[in-house]
Design a protein around this ligand. Structure first.
Ligand code: GLA
Length: 783
């Protein structure tokens, strides 16, 4: 709901209120953001600072108005009028002047939200959920108009905002910075959490207290980046997963971004998010306009998991669109780590058969199927099938898979060009390289200049042909290097400071066209793993490869951080071989599954080399995942409190009828004493049954103890044991079962059985939990 009363704008969602007003000087003064307010009569005077004289060295707004913009909370801050904090808008006019002053002019309140694609992806929602406010501001002396557009999403407590600047004057101006969102807060008693990392360790949670000064979370590499995701959280000191006040911002954008969090000398906090001003210069001639990406804002007073719930709901319902929206995602096998570049058609078909046997639904052919690509030094750009590898051709190969009743998926990396390619020979100026300067290079490849219409046309045609030929059901859209040597000979570019943004606009235009032509293809975005995991890509591609790092232990931090801002349905998570190809660490197959199940499950190992034991395990895993797929992909995710050696995640359906808990032990602790599983999220008025998912243990894991345990647990005499052992490959994990009330589970917890400690083994009760051991507990509400 959006209302305007006596100059105060009230933007309310179910549980939050956002207030700002037009103050005496005509500025948009921010008043409040937080828990929902029921009062409708709100006075601007009571919520804004009252100054009779400027403070010390402070600058009064004018000779007749003593208010200091430096302490006024604003919706859009500008330079040159005494507010020395970070500005939301910076531009130069008249040969380098930069003073700006935007004053309220008019507004419109509209039902719903326009969802027309105008170059940048936007969130969407219908009239029953969304209201939109468009406020027009005018620069006091220049003929510039600024429109701030706010939309409320009542169903998930999200507010979005973007800004559009119009140049109504004959003089050209250059925009250096235009933030999508500004949020000014009264105090600085907040912690900032960012999601930081690098390749193979993306989006680790990084929380620290705010202190006077500016903290910048940004990307300058051309992509939203694994280094610093555009999503950030602010939270009160006492905020945890289940309690406390917190808020989040994010950006619907895939390129360079910048989030500035500034604590002013007066102890107020300013948050800004938008396109990164570093390297950004955008010329605006008469009658031209520039629109920022849309930013999102959400608030909760019930802890991080509730905040994430808002973000997940928003992404699933107002970002992801089209055929795959809220649809269950297929379980896939990807041949990359099984074969790398070294495959033949018959090897792939055997792999597909083995995958089908265990219940897999989608076969993904990764890198190496096109041009003359034997390694990563060639052929990007040559999107024609390599018939030496796929001897029957793309169409016939795909048909074989479809006849097996498997979906067919294909890897592409369209935004790139190898120097060693036919495309480079033909169009060297399509590569982003500065003429006359030795270019830097990433993974032996260059970026294609997607600002050019002819490049996008080429890609659209080449990709459409291949997608059609293979009747492709799924595309993994990869992007494996960041930007350097920015230059384009595209005549439409007036200034190289436009390049990065124009590139992203080019990418979005291409994706928009392809997705319209192939609405049923399931696209998964990838950028050397999770180097471009953002709401911009999710607007076109419903899922994203989380990380190249599939080590179960590493994935705990990566998935946990990713799930703070993005739903599990967006997260590609695979079970891979051991030793793990990124870390050489070994985790057992059940644990690899238990972690990968919290997202879109896939396998990325050579299934032709599985032992019978492993095949049986995988079959059971897939059957289990299929039973609870909707919860694993669309359930509410909560990180449960646990001691530092343990990770506990929960995912559940909205009614809390089925709750799945991951219980992961980093290091085995001998003779650990009591261990309690507390689930403070159950519905306390119901009774629940609790079971661990049945996992398999290899007899070999017991080493020379195996004979003793089997003898004692089965009663078989020593003489016959050797024979029995040969047949007996595995045993099942404990079969413990509890029936308890939700209240008991939430408040007291259940005692888990003793872990294996060298003093004996009860096949029904003893929990074998080695380093990196884990279980999934299934908690089901009784009818
Ligand atoms: C990137 C991806 C991998 C794989 C390779 C293929 O590294 O992240 O998953 O597709 O490219 O070259």
């Amino acid at each position: 709901m959006i209302e305007q009363n006596s100059g105060i704008f009230n933007l309310s969602t179910q549980s939050t209120t956002y207030l700002f007003g037009v103050n005496k000087s005509g500025h948009l003064e921010h008043l409040y953001y937080g828990e929902h307010l029921c009062s409708t009569s709100i006075s601007l005077d009571a919520l804004s600072p009252i100054l009779t004289n400027p403070l010390g060295i402070g600058i009064a707004y004018s000779e007749t108005d003593p208010s200091m913009l430096e302490i006024v909370k604003q919706e859009i801050s500008t330079p040159g009028k005494g507010d020395y904090r970070e500005s939301a808008i910076e531009l130069s006019y008249n040969d380098g002047m930069d003073t700006l002053d935007f004053i309220y002019s008019s507004h419109q309140i509209l039902k719903g939200k326009s969802s027309i694609f105008t170059g940048l992806p936007q969130s969407y929602g219908d009239n029953t959920i969304c209201d939109t406010l468009r406020i027009t501001l005018k620069e006091k002396e220049l003929k510039l108009r600024l429109i701030l557009t706010y939309t409320t999403f009542n169903d998930c407590d999200v507010i979005t905002r973007k800004a559009t600047l119009y140049n109504d004057s004959p003089a050209e101006i250059t925009i250096q910075n235009l933030a999508s969102l500004q949020l000014d807060l009264d105090d600085s008693d907040w912690d900032l959490t960012t999601f930081d990392g690098a390749w193979a360790r993306e989006r680790h949670i990084n929380r620290r207290p705010l202190t006077t000064g500016i903290l910048i979370n940004d990307s300058k590499s051309g992509v939203s980046s694994a280094d610093h995701n555009p999503c950030i959280f602010l939270s009160r000191k006492d905020c945890n997963e289940l309690h406390g006040e917190c808020l989040a911002t994010n950006l619907i954008y895939s390129g360079n971004h910048r989030e500035a969090v500034e604590v002013s000398p007066y102890g107020q906090t300013r948050v800004l998010t938008g396109i990164n001003s570093a390297g950004f210069r955008w010329k605006l001639a008469q009658d031209e306009s520039f629109t920022t990406p849309e930013a999102i804002l959400t608030y909760s007073n019930a802890g991080f998991s509730d905040l994430s719930k808002n973000l997940h709901y928003f992404a699933n319902n107002h970002i992801v669109r089209g055929y795959w929206k809220n649809k269950q995602r297929p379980i896939l096998i990807n041949n990359w780590e099984a074969t790398y570049f070294n495959f033949t058609e018959s090897k792939l078909i055997t792999l597909a058969k083995r995958a089908k046997e265990v219940g897999i639904e989608l076969f993904v052919l990764d890198d190496g199927w096109f041009g003359d690509r034997q390694d990563d030094t060639s052929s990007l750009g040559d999107w024609s099938v390599n018939t030496k590898k796929l001897t029957s051709g793309m169409g016939a190969f795909a048909q074989k898979l479809h006849e097996m009743n498997l979906l067919f998926g294909l890897w592409v990396e369209p935004e790139m060009i190898s120097r060693n390619s036919n495309l480079f020979d033909k169009h060297p100026d399509w590569a982003v390289i500065i003429p006359g300067r030795a270019p830097s290079v990433g993974r032996n490849q260059f970026i294609l200049d997607l600002t050019k219409e002819e490049v996008r046309e080429y890609l659209y045609t080449a990709l459409s042909q291949i997608f059609t030929l293979g009747k492709v059901d799924y595309i993994k859209w990869d992007m494996n290097r960041t930007f350097s040597d920015i230059y384009s000979n595209n005549k439409a570019i007036r200034n190289m400071g436009e390049f990065n943004h124009r590139y992203i606009l080019g990418l979005y235009a291409l994706l928009n066209r392809l997705i319209k032509t192939f609405p049923k293809i399931l696209f998964e975005s990838c950028a050397s793993g999770g180097n471009r995991f953002d709401l911009g890509m999710l607007s076109f591609m419903p899922q994203n490869w989380v990380s190249d790092d599939t080590d179960a232990y590493e994935r705990l931090a990566i998935q946990e951080g990713t799930a703070c801002g993005y739903p599990l349905s967006a997260m590609g998570c695979h079970v891979s071989a051991i030793p793990n190809h990124q870390t050489l660490r070994k985790s057992d197959l059940e644990t690899r599954f238990n972690v990968a199940a919290f997202g879109n499950l896939g396998y990325e190992l050579d299934m032709t080399k599985l032992s019978d034991f492993e095949r049986d395990i995988i079959k059971d895993q897939i059957a289990f995942y299929k039973m609870y797929r909707n919860i694993f992909q669309y359930g509410t995710f909560v990180k449960l409190p646990s001691e530092s050696n343990t990770t506990r995640w929960a995912v559940m359906d909205p009614q809390k009828a089925n709750i799945l808990i991951l219980d992961y032990k980093r290091r085995l602790k001998p003779n650990p004493g009591l261990e309690i599983l507390k689930v403070p999220i159950t519905n306390i008025s119901y009774t629940y049954e609790v079971y661990p998912r049945q996992q398999k243990l290899s007899i070999k894991d017991f080493g020379s103890l195996a004979e003793n345990f089997i003898a004692s647990s089965t009663g078989i005499e020593n003489k016959k044991l050797e024979k029995v052992m040969k047949k007996m490959l595995h045993i099942n994990t404990e079969t413990v079962h509890y029936e308890v009330t939700g209240e008991y589970l939430a408040k007291c917890g259940i005692h888990l059985p003793q872990t294996f400690g060298g003093t004996g083994y009860d096949p029904h009760l003893t929990r074998v939990m080695p380093d990196g051991g884990s279980r999934i507990y299934l908690i089901t509400r009784k009818k």
